[in-house]
Design a protein around this ligand. Structure first.
Ligand code: TYD
Length: 204
């Protein structure tokens, strides 16, 4: 049995990841490949409960980081690894890069602590491909403002915060160009879909 591929989707809030990740799921499935679409925080029953807590309750960066990793450990053990080993592909909206971008880049939580947690909970387990939606935080903020419904506590952070998160994502992407595909999320949805399809095509 060939192991499936693990693809993650990253970017600041308001970058338009949700629509594109659904399109990518459709593209993969259209080739007859079984694909699991999941998300972080969340993805398992316990993880979804942790998600509710993370998005609604105010807490410090240590508690927050530990909870993201608690959800992630459960996610990898119960869903991601078993699916990949069964030959399915897994597409996750966010994964560990988000902790480096939001908690380390955005909030100043120490990067060595996140590295320790990553080693401890995941070993060398990492995505095969990460699609980073890059966008000017001011454009992303305008998109979020136009969206119906209440914002969660991360979405309420300001442009300065998202500028730091964006920089942290870009720094990680530049350090690991073989894993990352950076897409210009300010481009038209059609262009973004086409760019992603071209990158994933060699694997399909
Ligand atoms: P997301 O699912 O993208 O929110 P939405 O459903 O509104 O699209 O992600 C939830 C929030 O959690 C998002 O603002 C980013 C944040 N987050 C972190 O701060 N660290 C992490 O490790 C992860 C996975 C997410």
């Amino acid at each position: 049995m060939t192991r499936g591929r693990f693809i993650t989707i990253e970017g600041i809030d308001g970058a338009g990841k949700s629509t594109q990740s659904m399109k990518l799921e459709e593209l993969i499935a259209s080739r007859g490949i079984r694909v699991r679409h999941t998300r972080e925080p969340g993805g398992t029953p316990a993880g979804e409960r942790v998600r509710e807590l993370l998005l609604s309750s105010d807490m410090g960066p240590t508690a927050e980081t530990l909870l993201f990793f608690a959800s992630r450990a459960e996610h990898v053990e119960k869903l991601i690894r078993p699916a990949l080993e069964a030959g399915e592909w897994v597409l996750s909206d966010r994964f560990t890069d988000a902790t480096y971008a939001y908690q380390v880049g955005g909030k100043g939580f120490p990067g060595e602590r996140v590295e320790e947690l990553e080693r401890w909970t995941l070993g060398d387990f990492a995505p095969d491909l990460t699609i980073l939606f890059d966008i000017d935080p001011a454009i992303a903020a305008a998109r979020l403002a136009a969206r119906a419904g209440d914002k969660d506590r991360f979405e309420r952070m300001g442009v300065d915060f998202f500028t730091r998160v964006r920089e942290a994502y870009l720094t990680r992407a530049r350090a690991c160009p073989e894993r990352f595909l950076i897409v210009d999320a300010a481009g038209s949805p059609e262009d973004v879909t086409a760019e992603i399809a071209a990158k994933v095509a060699p694997w399909l």
